[in-house]
Design a binder for this molecule. Sequence first.
Ligand code: MG
Ligand code: MG
Length: 246
Amino acid sequence: MREAGQIVAKAKAAVEHAIQPGTETRELDALAESEIRGLGAIPSFKGYRAMAAVPFPATICTSINEELVHGIPGNRKLKDGDIISVDVGAIYEGLHGDSAFTLGVGDIDPEAERLIAATRESLNRGISKVRAGARIGDISAAVQTFAEKQGYAVVTQYVGHGIGFEMHEEPQVPNYGEAGRGPLIRKGMALAIEPMLNVGTRDTKQMHDGWTVVTADGSLCAHFEHTVVITERGAEVTTRLNGNRA
Ligand code: MG
Ligand code: MG
């Protein structure tokens, strides 16, 4: 899990450095794919089907502005003032890492900046609750309480998840709920925690490409995700670059 997580972290860093006005999202995708394959891993989203009619065609998801998750990279060029969410998954020796971030392109609106900071912080608040003996609801409540206090809506239609030999395993990790409720967190578990916050309503809708999910009201949204494992020594974030806090 650790190796898979570090490969995801390196792919994210490569993508992050390339995010600037004029870059096409398919260039970001190509960078991530070569990084992941170069490190001996397999992109986990490529060909992923779940319940979709068409398999996901790319290595990463790139979702811009009102696009929340599962955006398909293509020839769209990033513009100054856009915000982009990038989701990266990789499989190394059968085990998964899954992580996402939102970043501004060039100069962005202070409101967009505030949304991104709040979403990142809501993830950190969730992660801070991860320990053996705690409940999934402790994570959910920490995310929801912080996000709503900042004035944002928490998306309920998409949730975090257990992760390991499969990208999506039990238990679900909702970004809303009550502390002290839900499945017990135990040593040996691995969780992908992934708050998604909207400026407007919590509702989302799916576009006709079968993948891209947008906010129902077209408002701005952000998404951060880390994969966390629960070991003897406590919670360890596998998808943060070693020695890096971001
Ligand atoms: Mg993800
Ligand atoms: Mg995930």
